[in-house]
Design a protein around this ligand. Sequence first.
Ligand SMILES: Nc1nc2c(c(=O)[nH]1)N[C@H]1C(S)=C(S)[C@@H](COP(=O)(O)O)O[C@H]1N2
Ligand SMILES: [Mo]
Length: 202
Amino acid sequence: MSFLTRGFRGRARGDIPAGRIPPGQYVTDDFPVLTAGPTPRLPLEENWRFGLTDLDGAERTWTWEEFNALPREKVTADIHCVTKWSKLNTTWEGVSVDTLLTGIPDRGSHVLFRSYGNYSTNLPIDDVTGGKAWIVFRYDGDALPVEHGGPARLLVPHLYFWKSAKWVRSMVLSTSDLPGFWEALGYHNYGNPWLEQRYAGD
Ligand SMILES: Nc1nc2c(c(=O)[nH]1)N[C@H]1C(S)=C(S)[C@@H](COP(=O)(O)O)O[C@H]1N2
Ligand SMILES: [Mo]
């Protein structure tokens, strides 16, 4: 039945309008898993917390229950991995970063997201506000699978997918830009896929 697989994939290619895919990317129907290091099997939802530290160093936290009670949004987006796969029309559900920042007018210039496990990523505040970023806990109509970052991950689809931290645990607002895990290891600090900002110096 392999011809069916080829036919299905062939259909996807033919339908992609010019300009839909960033330079150097190919489209996949799979959802590859890319994780540096082990997949954290903890925390379970019972002890999950999400923390937000403001410019004064004060932290507010949400439990899983509290987080799930926040207004949620459905998001459909194309995602682009620096290893050159792109996946179109992925569907997610979660809480917009704008919602989390409600009542915090002073946001600084940058934010560092940290994950359970050893991962972090840095972004300009303008790239996670204004309807551009979400903490998502559902993918394709189901709970987010652990290998894709469940219980919850960051989703910033307009930048390379390494910015979308899996197993996200906290965000820290800052007036300075501190490199995250891959950024410190030579990936581009910003990661615009349309400009092929893959590695430092690109
Ligand atoms: N915590 C954590 N988040 C992460 C990573 C990781 O290794 N650890 N990998 C990043 C990279 S390089 C990519 S491409 C995407 C992959 O997400 P996926 O495994 O759901 O496809 O997650 C990003 N977020
Ligand atoms: Mo990646």
